[in-house]
Design a protein around this ligand. Structure first.
Ligand SMILES: [Zn+2]
Ligand SMILES: [Zn+2]
Length: 696
């Protein structure tokens, strides 16, 4: 759907058959394009990238260089580009210029200039990179701007961010960014966004504002955008939008729900929330939520993270009691690992430590960060003399020490992993240590957490995990009953589950159905799908924006091609084989035997015979091929097609094969002469003439 070469009918299919919840019964989810459900976190390649990948695969043999140089997003080539251009023109209905007017289903409406558009560029079908947009006329109100942390399959990728191209193309429109709270999946993308997209102002609650300012200080090249502090009493007014807020409970202070009034009706956007009748810190604005319900908002967009979890979540108060109980009962050194993002938990652990006469040593960059900002904000209360420096650790008796660290998910570089592996500069495990995990392994991290726990047991330490028997952890997100309570308070006519993988969105939809919201009023969307708010009615539009993933590698935000990642994966799994072939193109002759060099492919010492055989095969095939007229591409193809099947047959591996053709008789002769000289003189450090290397 992002490639111009695609036929118009294909385009229409992908545009009209999207999120399909309302049509789920009519249309089976069989096409790989149709459902958003198959998009795994961060691993969804853009269609254009996929195309690149496919063509790269089809065109294989191909050099690594040429595969890598294909941009994932051929800027200016996307149909969405053209579309946005059309869209920019005085809000014309978004029509694809090339697509013939195909009959759309009655449930999919064309975009009218008077509609308010609602779409996510990230956050649907994934937990991460949340970014929800409300567009009316020449204004776009954006709620949240997050990153997603990539899984192990995205080698070398630091973050995944949404594709901002739709916003870049609409840089002439007025844009405000509203932040619900300070978690990375809501603020992490800000530096990348403001470098590319004009934003009038960022409105953020107090704690998030401090975190954003800290983040932006590390990105000095980012343009200055005013950050305006908001709270539950603030109002953000633009020409078309009037935005209000209400307090919610979450694992970080100052998290807000958002009420967005548009010319077509009102939308409640919960942000991340849970309900906790005995919360630590800020309480939820139950009265305000109920009052919003009285005003009959049109659409509720609600956090789906825990829609698969039954019941009501444990109160944070119970967790803090449990932590205090453990601190009291343990008479040696305590090591507590938790999420740095759970600011209230960090505060509780520190409070309990101080209460039980311990001093606290904080390890791990994100944990130090949070403690630092939390102290400044008054959320975390600890005096300087109650903190332990690494030097003081050695001289302080164990029963007076609490080490607070990152790494509760078994992250290999986090403080806890280094402690367990014996590579931490200051802390070495003792058999008397008690290690507390005040966390739950996030699905997918179980294996690495288990590994850490196993090593802890080997060291003789006592390990305390969250289990059904204790209250060592609770979530920051509403479970099923709390989600239903939110729906009961807000009483929306239309419902759209957000913030979650497709399964979570679908389970949240089920809860909405149980509450009597008709199926036709529930919209399970994918990133990029456009809903229309038109005179208090929510309609699925026939249009979608680009909702792709952009991989951030270091500070490069140009977007890594999936072909690059594919190459990295092949390199990691199978290694690399380079074939150096000296030829004389004037006589079409091999000047010497091909030389094969490999890295990460086979253990060279054991594989000499294999490589010699491979060289022989390449040599024989090339000589046959060179009897005819050839191009360099032919020669490269010949090398790959003779080598790849052979290597696979022998090793059951598919390394990346890189042919290097040296095409200069003279250079070869010089090289040979040098070789002779070297043999005669055996003097190191002589001048070396590089032969001309033809890389095409
Ligand atoms: Zn959050
Ligand atoms: Zn979140």
């Amino acid at each position: 759907m992002n490639n111009t070469s695609k036929s118009p009918s294909e385009e229409a299919v992908s545009a009209s058959s999207r999120p399909g919840i309302n049509d789920a019964k009519k249309r089976p989810y069989n096409s790989h394009r149709n459902g958003p459900r198959h998009y795994k976190n961060g691993s969804k390649p853009s269609a254009s990238a996929k195309k690149t990948e496919e063509s790269a695969a089809a065109a294989k043999p191909q050099t690594q260089k040429s595969a890598a140089s294909k941009p994932q997003h051929a800027n200016g080539k996307h149909p969405a580009n053209k579309k946005a251009a059309g869209h920019g023109h005085a809000n014309k209905p978004a029509l694809k210029p090339n697509a013939p007017a195909l009959p759309m289903q009655s449930s999919k409406a064309k975009v009218l200039p008077t509609d308010t558009q609602i779409y996510a560029l990230g956050g649907l079908g994934e937990v991460g990179k949340n970014m929800y947009c409300y567009e009316h006329g020449n204004e776009i109100a954006i709620v949240d701007c997050g990153v997603l942390f990539p899984g192990d399959d995205l080698l070398g990728v630091d973050y995944v961010i949404p594709d901002y191209h739709h916003l870049i193309r609409n840089n002439n429109k007025r844009k405000v960014l509203v932040i619900t709270h300070g978690h990375e999946d809501h603020i992490g993308g800000i530096p990348f966004l403001i470098k590319q997209v004009n934003i009038d102002a960022i409105y953020a609650p107090r704690f998030a504002k401090a975190l954003i300012e800290k983040k932006l200080a590390e990105h000095r090249d980012a343009p200055h955008v005013p950050i305006i502090e908001i709270d539950e009493n603030s109002a953000v007014k633009t020409r078309y939008f009037s935005i209000g807020f209400f307090n919610t409970i979450h694992s970080i202070p100052d998290s807000l729900g958002v009420l967005i009034n548009t010319p077509n009706g009102s939308i409640v956007h919960t942000g991340d929330f849970k309900f906790d009748l005995t919360p630590i810190g800020q309480n939820a604005d139950y009265q305000k939520m109920a009052y919003i319900g009285v005003l009959q908002p049109d659409l509720l967009m609600s956090d789906s993270t825990n829609s698969g979890v039954d019941g009501f979540s444990i109160s944070e108060k119970d967790v803090s009691k449990e932590i205090l109980r453990i601190m009291n009962s343990v008479s040696h050194r305590l090591i507590v690992a938790t999420f740095a993002s759970n600011v209230y938990r960090v505060a509780q652990i520190i409070e309990a430590a101080i209460k039980t006469g311990r001093r606290v040593a904080v390890f791990g960059r994100s944990m130090e960060n949070v403690v630092d900002i939390g102290r400044k904000m008054g959320v975390i209360k600890i005096r300087n003399d109650q903190l332990l420096s690494p030097d003081e650790l050695r001289t302080t008796p164990d029963r007076k020490v609490c080490i607070l660290c990152t790494g509760s998910q078994g992250e290999p570089l986090a403080a806890l992993s280094r402690i367990v592996n014996g590579t931490h500069r200051f802390i070495h495990l003792k058999p008397t240590d008690t290690v507390v995990f005040s966390s739950n392994p996030i699905p997918g991290n179980d294996a690495s957490v288990n590994k850490i726990v196993d090593k802890l047991f080997r060291s003789g330490a006592t390990v305390l995990n969250k289990s059904v028997l204790n209250n060592l952890h609770t979530t920051g997100h509403a479970s099923k009953q709390e989600q239903k309570l939110m729906m009961q308070l807000i009483k929306p006519r239309y419902f759209m589950p957000i913030h979650g993988e497709h399964k979570m969105l679908m389970q949240h939809r089920q809860s909405a159905l149980e509450l009597g919201i008709p199926a036709s009023n529930i919209f399970v969307c994918a990133n990029g799908d456009v809903l229309l708010l038109r005179n208090h009615e929510v309609i699925q539009s026939d249009w979608r924006y680009q909702g792709d993933d952009i991989y951030v590698d270091g500070n490069d935000i140009s977007g890594l091609s999936t072909a690059v990642l594919k190459d990295r994966r092949i390199l990691a799994d199978n290694g690399l084989v380079a074939v150096i072939v000296p030829i004389d193109s004037s006589t079409n002759r091999l000047l010497a035997k091909p030389v094969i060099v490999s890295r990460g492919f086979v253990f060279l010492k054991d594989a000499q015979a294999l490589l010699r055989e491979a060289e022989f095969i390449v040599s024989t095939n090339l000589q046959a091929r060179l009897k005819e007229r050839t191009t360099f591409a032919d020669i490269k193809n010949c090398i790959r097609s003779s080598l790849e099947p052979f290597l696979y047959k022998k090793t059951h591996r598919n390394p990346i094969v890189i042919p290097v053709i040296l095409n200069s008789r003279k250079a070869m002769e010089e090289l040979a002469a040098q070789h002779r000289n070297r043999m005669q003189n055996r003097k190191p450090g002589y001048h070396r003439n590089k032969p001309h290397e033809n890389k095409e």
